[in-house]
Write a protein that binds this ligand. Structure first.
Ligand code: FAD
Ligand code: NAD
Length: 479
């Protein structure tokens, strides 16, 4: 149905609810929220939702980037009451005046590119940025893997390295450097990307550029003694063995300290306690060392006394209210609620808050109606029995909606792709845990991610991409 988006007309009798971000947390909230209860405004520099679990597959073209994006306007169009969307970044929040500043940082700017929005209620779902720990050279020389633009940059750079290595008369040393793909961070992002990259090499690059392909090498660097620290020991061992079989060089207990345009400098901790400084030349460097707090969140934290001891983001209570703030909630990677920064947690928090807001609106409506009926009962004594009955029914309903349990995360399990059509899974099974790895787990991984895709459109596109890359090979043209 292609009916036009309904007009957004703010109702002065309703509260203005501003939602920041269009990621896992905010979109889950918007999906659950009954938008008729509030004047809803969404602000995000990204006018789409991104299905991050398949982002590593976009770096090699196994999946095309548009297949995992869903326009926010298409999502909002299906809401009962219209929602306003501004493609902008929130640059500061004033919790006392209850206003926020928004800025259009996109390429095209109009005469107005900065303004203020007042709010009655504010939800912060801005996610996190990439951690660099202040290590010199990281921002200038490496690629991150968080947004669509990052995946596109990596895809382009892999092929640029390969084509430059194949250039006539290229020196042997330079071929080795250019064909060396270094991944820093052995968390799930680094592991999944390394696996995808090795697949790309085995299934496509090897056939297309056979003369230099033996020089292609993937190295995964991790500061801790093993990769995937959040998975069970059995799966860590399985992953490390599989990655080694795939010829990925795993360097654990190796901490990167400095990055230049062609090398990574790292410190290796040896078993005898000594430390060695090593220099590793690279062609492509992907930096995946986890999350850091966004400036907008840091700025707000500095304005709230109760947040002064919080380091990883906005400390929230069990109803996801930002500690020490009035009418501000935080969800997803920017909130510290005691859970890991994952899509699973973010979407459950978003859904919880959507339900909480629906209940809050119902409570207010019931209370207002009870008030109205009580004064009516005082005025018209005639039908007081009927009115009293209605009041009683409403009070029963009110008790029910007011009885909101605090947020509790329900962990469904962890899944990661590790290359060569194998995946690992730590899943809750009946009352226990199941840790599995291999090709069957890979089929499970594919079907689980497919079922989690945002829309049928996304699902169909992803299936077509998988079929296409299997049948014709990945597209290696450098855009
Ligand atoms: P995000 O999804 O990052 O969304 C943040 C939103 O806020 C974005 O729309 C952004 O544009 C917007 N924003 C940023 N700054 C501002 C601002 N100043 N004002 C307004 N809006 C702003 N988790 C899993 O559970 N399973 C997985 O398989 C998995 N795979 C992953 C793979 C990769 C490559 C990556 C990077 C992450 C993966 N994760 C996975 C983690 C998961 O993506 C995050 O935990 C999740 O995205 C957090 O959701 P969020 O809504 O808090 O943030
Ligand atoms: P992460 O925080 O999980 O891992 C980062 C790794 O980088 C750590 O193991 C850390 O020891 C290492 N590191 C940090 N500094 C280093 C340095 N200087 N040199 C070498 N190694 C260094 O980060 P991530 O993998 O980006 O994941 C972020 C979040 O997203 C996590 O919560 C993760 O669970 C989630 N995620 C989940 C999946 C999945 O479930 N399949 C996929 C991707 C991300």
């Amino acid at each position: 149905d292609r009916h036009p988006e309904p007009q957004y007309e703010p109702d002065p009798s309703k509260k203005t609810l501003v939602v920041l971000g269009t990621g896992w947390a905010s979109v889950a909230l918007l999906k659950k929220l009954d938008t008729e209860n509030y004047n809803v405004i969404v602000v995000s520099p990204r006018n789409y939702f991104l299905f991050t679990p398949l982002l590593p597959s976009c770096t090699t073209g196994t999946v095309e980037h548009r297949s995992i994006m869903e326009p926010i306007r298409a999502i909002l169009r299906h809401k009962k009451a219209a929602v306003k969307f501004y493609e902008a970044e929130a640059s500061s929040i004033d919790p006392d005046r209850k206003v926020l500043k928004i800025v259009d940082n996109s390429e095209v700017k109009g005469a107005t590119s900065e303004t203020e929005i007042p709010y009655d209620m504010l939800v912060i779902g801005v996610g996190a940025e990439n951690a660099t720990f202040g290590i010199p050279g990281v921002r200038e020389h490496s690629c991150f893997l968080k947004e669509i633009g990052d995946a596109q940059r990596i895809r382009k750079k892999i092929m640029d390295c390969v084509e430059t290595a194949a250039f006539k008369g290229q020196t042997s040393e330079e071929i080795d450097r250019l064909m060396h793909m270094v991944v820093v961070g052995g968390g799930p992002t680094g592991v999944e990307f390394a696996g995808e990259l090795q697949d790309f090499f085995e299934e496509d690059i090897k056939k297309l550029v056979p003369e230099i392909s033996p020089r292609f090498k993937v190295t995964l660097i991790e500061a801790l003694p093993n990769v995937l620290p959040s998975f069970s020991k059995q799966l860590i061992d399985y992953t490390e063995n599989t990655l080694r079989e795939e010829k990925i060089d795993i360097k654990t207990k190796t901490m990167v300290k400095n990055v230049t345009n062609e090398t990574v400098e790292a410190e290796v901790a040896h078993p005898d306690g000594t430390k060695e400084r090593v220099i590793i030349p690279y062609g492509l460097l992907v930096w995946a060392t986890g999350n850091a707090v966004r400036p907008i969140v840091k700025d707000l934290m500095s304005k709230i006394t109760a947040q002064k001891d919080s380091r990883r983001g906005l400390a929230v209570n069990e109803y996801l209210v930002v500690q020490g703030a009035r009418d501000i909630w935080a969800i997803g990677d920017c909130a510290v609620a005691g859970y890991a920064p994952t899509a699973q947690v973010a979407s459950q928090e978003g859904s919880f808050l959507g339900r909480l807001f629906n209940n809050m609106a119902k409570t207010e409506n019931h209370e207002a109606r009870i008030q109205e009926l009580s004064s009516k009962m005082n005025l018209e004594a005639g039908n007081s029995a009927e009115v009293a009955q209605e009041i009683e029914a409403l009070e029963r309903k009110l008790r029910k909606v007011k009885d909101i349990k605090p947020f509790r995360y329900s962990h469904q399990g962890s899944l990661a792709y590790i290359g060569s059509e194998k995946a690992v899974a730590d899943v809750s099974w009946w009352n226990g845990n199941l840790a599995t790895g291999g090709s069957l787990t890979y089929l499970f991984w594919r079907s689980a991610y497919l079922s989690m895709c945002f829309s049928t459109r996304n699902r169909v596109l992803v299936i077509l991409d998988w079929l296409k890359s299997k049948a014709f090979g990945r597209d290696v043209s450098r855009e």
